[in-house]
Ligand binder design. Structure first.
Ligand SMILES: NC(=O)c1ccc[n+]([C@@H]2O[C@H](COP(=O)([O-])OP(=O)(O)OC[C@H]3O[C@@H](n4cnc5c(N)ncnc54)[C@H](OP(=O)(O)O)[C@@H]3O)[C@@H](O)[C@H]2O)c1
Length: 304
């Protein structure tokens, strides 16, 4: 079938596009730039994700699925008021464009897999958090709640799945490469109290979960894309140290991180939630990497 992927050039989107093409699908990537495809199964369509539709919307009509991963990076720049607006608008407007195109299509795609994040729940303590937990009230929770509301505008002619993604682990992007320098210099360790939960997931399992969401007609609504065993930040640091064969006992104090990163330190590093993949587990989805030691060892033992 034809699968349309927005943000299909990113850390999660690019390997998803390759996987779907290998599965035999025809994949159309919606991008703001211009790209050359290296597979006959993959093509690129330029779009302007401004809340409206455009000529690009013709690829949505008759597609088998739409996957929405577009959005300004949340960790690339300090959270000034302007940057926070960009983080919000890029998700809300891109999702509105897609939802409108789906709603207006003569032959709407039967499924719409739209991005979201575990930040939906806001900072929480050590209680496990399944998909039925309410939204939090901090900046990221507000972004995720609005992002999901926009996706719901696609209407009831499509099966909507909002993928509440945790911290995706791989070497070539996402948060992991940014964590490595202190560990390489022997100065790695927990951040802040280290007691905050980090709901991680290996990228291979994230890809598997999206494929499962596409191919399983009973999956709908919010889905936590996190591994079954979230860990505290201290446990994460220890596991990273073990995988890298480096020490991991040097704490990074909260005040220093706040000084360096401002509000972003609390939003991304010093807080978290013990999100668990209740829906995926219940439906029998099999994770390849259930424990963080195993996931990080797999990542760091691989060459290149
Ligand atoms: N990686 C994680 O650990 C993680 C965790 C939780 C949630 N997520 C969410 O999952 C989605 C994909 O994550 P990712 O890590 O693959 O992100 P990414 O590498 O930053 O890719 C996102 C893609 O979105 C498009 N984009 C960037 N800025 C944009 C803007 N201002 N307006 C519209 N489109 C823009 C870009 O595609 P073009 O340049 O081709 O248009 C880019 O390739 C994001 O929405 C992210 O918030 C990721």
């Amino acid at each position: 079938m034809r699968i349309v992927v927005s943000g299909g050039t990113g850390f999660l989107g690019a390997p998803l596009v390759s996987l779907l093409a290998r599965d035999g699908h025809e994949v159309v990537v919606l991008t703001r730039g211009s790209h050359a495809a290296d597979s006959p199964k993959i093509s690129f369509a330029t779009w302007t994700p401004n809340g409206e539709t455009g000529s690009w919307a013709s690829v949505i009509n008759g597609a088998g699925a739409v996957v929405n991963l577009a959005g300004e990076s949340i960790a690339a720049k300090r959270w000034s008021a302007a940057q926070k607006q960009k983080i919000l608008d890029s998700r809300v407007l891109a999702t509105r464009s897609l939802a409108t195109a789906i709603r207006e299509a003569a032959s709407p795609p039967p499924m719409f897999i739209s991005g979201s994040a575990v930040g939906y729940y806001g900072p929480l303590g050590d209680q496990p958090v399944a998909e039925d937990a309410p939204a939090g009230s901090d900046f990221l929770a507000g972004v995720c709640a609005q992002w999901e509301r926009e996706a719901a505008r696609a209407g009831n002619r499509t099966r909507l799945v909002c993928v509440r993604t945790g911290l995706v682990l791989e070497k070539d992007g996402g948060a992991l490469p940014q964590m490595l320098p202190p560990f390489k210099f022997g100065a790695g360790g927990p951040v802040g109290s280290g007691r905050q939960y980090w709901p991680w997931i290996h990228r291979d399992d994230w890809l598997g979960l999206v494929r499962w969401a596409i191919t399983t007609p009973t999956v709908a609504g919010a889905v936590n894309a996190t591994a079954p065993n979230p860990v505290t930040n201290t446990e994460f640091a220890r596991a990273l140290g073990r995988a890298m064969h480096r020490p991991s006992f040097m704490p990074a104090p909260a005040f220093a991180l706040r000084l360096m990163l401002g509000e972003m330190a609390d939003g991304l590093l010093l807080s978290g939630q013990r999100a668990v993949p209740a829906k995926a587990t219940k439906s029998g989805f099999t994770f390849k990497h259930t424990h963080v030691d195993d996931a990080l060892r797999a990542i760091f033992s691989r060459q290149a």
